[in-house]
Design a protein around this ligand. Structure first.
Ligand code: SF4
Ligand code: F3S
Length: 104
């Protein structure tokens, strides 16, 4: 399956939502997550994210993000249409420690 990772926080471009054939993205205040039970592993969303925040869970070191996507996909509402990214999305690209400082 695929997972949304730290770079998404406070950027939330939402191009990924537009292409997912099974609508398995879920929306938090400042990032999205993927529901791994619904994701069909098609990989279509990965290249759509302009900041490369979507990764395959076959990559190593993503355990905490796999867990976070699993947890919040149960708590957050489904999102099926791209909305407006945060006004400062561009400025927040690549900022370190976004999970610690900004996750909500
Ligand atoms: Fe949706 Fe495919 Fe991305 Fe899974 S890999 S979240 S099914 S677009
Ligand atoms: Fe986030 Fe990239 Fe989607 S920034 S909302 S994973 S397009």
């Amino acid at each position: 399956t695929y997972v949304v990772t730290e770079d998404c926080i406070a950027c939330k471009h939402m191009d990924c939502v537009e292409v997912c054939p099974v609508d398995c993205f879920y929306e938090g205040e400042n990032m999205l997550v993927i529901n791994s039970d619904e994701c069909i592993d098609c990989g279509v969303c990965e290249p759509e994210c302009p900041i490369d925040a979507i990764k395959s869970d076959s990559e190593s070191g993503l355990e905490s993000w796999v867990e976070l996507n699993r947890k919040y996909a149960r708590l957050w509402p489904n999102i099926v249409e791209k909305g407006l990214p945060p006004a400062n999305a561009k400025a927040m690209e690549g900022v370190p420690n976004k999970f610690r400082d900004l996750f909500s």
